[in-house]
Design a protein around this ligand. Structure first.
Ligand code: OGA
Ligand code: NI
Length: 333
């Protein structure tokens, strides 16, 4: 890890975003993100809300989702402890090898021109047996916390994907197998306080590539989604998990559900932490609009493609969904 963002008391030039991309003072938004109670209403109501959220905003939060409050708070606690370790103890995990099951990195961004105000510990977390050996030994209860979190989150993702499939009129197991077959990976995002948040971004605009992302955020705001050219804050709700639809969900649903563009802003007062876990197709997976969702009148928007190829485009195009999927569009005659 070359430097720690915590050491800067002014913003270095290569962290300054072009004016059009910086955060603006947003007026209080009149759009709010749906909070869906997975326990307190009928099954049909839940399915309907999950589908509606996908059609309009591409994001929602869930509460009463079956993940223990202690499992989530312990995961946040060990993550904070990790980023509070002395620099040298954290830095042993620093790597630029994208294929390492555990790797710490910092300040990724737009082709070395502008950097994000973020440190990140990326870990493959599920199947637990395949990865536990690689997780950091320090802090000492990190491995147990990650194991409990990974198991709980896998159950939640299976539940959510089953509900989405049902809402789309597909078989409940439609997303099992290759479509959600990549090992689950988490980004533990640490956004240190920033001397001038008006110049920087924690993460720039992007759409997550996979099916869905499950995000645990602490009590500090920072996540925003782009909707009708307006940035809308996704403020923390106690014990909630944020679910955002990724680009493959938009493609498989033939455009019915929206892969949402989002970003993270910085703030000067306190550090922010979030844990994003990605549910993605395996690289061998074949992606195509579900057959049941297209017809003579409603033609498929995309040709079938390999997820591996999409993912290569995604990395090359820095999370730009339109550019990443352009080669797979069915061109109008
Ligand atoms: C991500 C992400 C948002 C956040 O890690 O892909 O969008 O709130 N994180 O940190
Ligand atoms: Ni994201």
């Amino acid at each position: 890890m070359p430097v720690s963002l915590l050491e800067y008391d002014t913003v270095p030039e290569n962290y300054v975003f072009p004016p059009g991309e910086r955060q603006k003072k947003v007026k209080a938004s009149n759009k709010s993100i749906p909070v869906i109670d997975l326990a307190g209403q009928t099954h049909d109501e839940i399915v309907n809300q999950i589908l509606e959220a996908g059609k309009h905003l591409g994001i929602f939060q869930v509460v009463n989702h079956g993940m223990g409050s202690n499992v989530m708070s312990e995961m946040m606690r060990v993550s904070k402890e990790f980023f509070n370790l002395p620099f040298d103890e954290r830095a042993i995990h620093y790597s630029e090898d994208l294929y390492k099951p555990v790797r710490l990195f910092t300040s990724t961004g737009v082709h070395d021109i502008v950097h994000f105000w973020r440190d990140c510990l990326r870990m493959s977390i599920y199947p637990v047996e395949d990865f536990k050996q690689y997780w950091p030994e320090n802090p000492s209860n990190l491995k147990d916390a990650v194991e409990n979190y990974a198991r709980g989150l896998r159950n939640l993702s299976t539940t959510v994907l089953g509900l989405v499939a049902e809402g789309l009129g597909l078989h409940q197991n439609y997303f099992d197998g290759d479509l959600s077959g990549e090992p689950m990976a988490s980004h533990i995002n640490f956004y240190p306080p920033c001397p001038d948040p008006s110049l920087t971004l924690g993460l720039g605009k992007h759409c997550d590539p996979g099916l869905i992302t499950l995000l645990l955020q602490g009590n500090v705001s920072g996540l925003q989604i782009l909707h009708n050219d307006e940035w809308i804050a996704v403020d923390p709700v106690p014990d909630a998990i944020v679910v955002n639809y990724g680009h493959q969900m938009e493609i498989v649903s033939n455009g019915m559900l929206k892969g949402v563009n989002h970003r993270a802003i910085t703030n000067a007062e306190q550090s922010r932490m979030s844990i994003a876990t990605f549910i993605q197709p395996s690289k061998e997976g074949l992606i195509a609009p579900a057959e049941a969702l297209h017809s003579e009148k409603n033609q498929p928007i995309y040709k079938p493609f390999d997820y591996r190829e999409y993912f290569g485009n995604y990395v090359a195009n820095l999370g730009d969904k339109e550019k990443s999927a352009e080669p797979f569009l069915v061109k109008c005659a």
